[in-house]
Design a protein around this ligand. Sequence first.
Ligand code: COA
Length: 326
Amino acid sequence: MGRIKIIGTGSYVPEKILTNYDLEKMVDTSDEWIVTRTGIKERRIASPDEATSDMIIEASKKALENAGIKAQDIDLIIVATVTPDNLFPSTACWVQKALGLKDIPALDISAACPGFLYALILAESLILSKKNKRVLVAGAEMLSKITNWEDRSTCVLFGDGAGVAILEEGDDESGILSSYWAADGSLGDLLIQPAGGSRMPATYETVEKKLHTVHMKGNEVFKHAVKKMGEAALKALSKAGLTGEDIDIFIPHQANIRIIEATCERLKVPKEKVYINIHKYGNVSAATIPIALDELNREGKLKKGDVILMDSFGAGFTWSAVVMRW
Ligand code: COA
């Protein structure tokens, strides 16, 4: 039985760039504060008529082209997102329609920032168990549409974008070597979109109180992120019989440059092996890792045999790491 490998990647970010200087005109903040506290310089913002599936469709076309296959070769679509087009139907079903596919399963998963890694783990096991052959996995978010643009503690952090990877079984040493995933629902209130679901359906009051936007206890989340990002990576590495020193490329979730630096220190991964794009996009939640993967792939920075570590933490809380050989 071969390993499950990525045969194509694609990504899409909206054209509009919102810089820290633009934000200085919107809330009481400064470029200096945002850069030193987070590492973010700018982020992409979708247009009012754009939805999450629109971004995935663009990224999917590029991934299909990169893989050298047709949409009809896909037999399962998994979309990881916490900002779907609608609560239902799933965003994956809109993607299926746009790609002209019929009679294949399509589903969304909600695991916040590690959503793409959760989806990779699911896709891997479905292919290994022969349920599916070729899976399109997307991580996509339109966080600008659930951001409170008057709250300086959150509005400087997030951005929009989508990344896609296509997976199938390989016949050599390349592919997923190991993975780890976990969650702790007891800490869900620390990072939450409170209203809009069955717990607190939409009312005039929920809209007025901005309860449909991201609410976060930033410094609490920070502490857990540092701890769990390190833990997930070490567990996945140990399952593969590797250490941080065996990593060729580390793709961490890009929520805060200080979280990335602390994780690298714990894993003993040197700076030159870490891929960082937080300055360009901010935190794009589930889209962060697949966008980074696609950028590396298109820049020719992924060499056959490279060991890649992907590692993420987010709302839930959820955390996950995947080790793969390119
Ligand atoms: N501009 C200027 N000042 C700001 C600010 C902004 N955009 N946002 C917050 N501040 C202020 C706060 O009001 C506070 O002021 P006070 O001391 O007068 O009360 C001060 O900066 C420090 O706030 P704090 O929240 O403690 O800052 P921090 O160093 O923890 O950084 C985050 C805030 C959000 C950048 C950081 O906590 C973080 O990255 N958290 C984790 C994010 C994350 O991982 N998200 C989830 C995974 S998806």
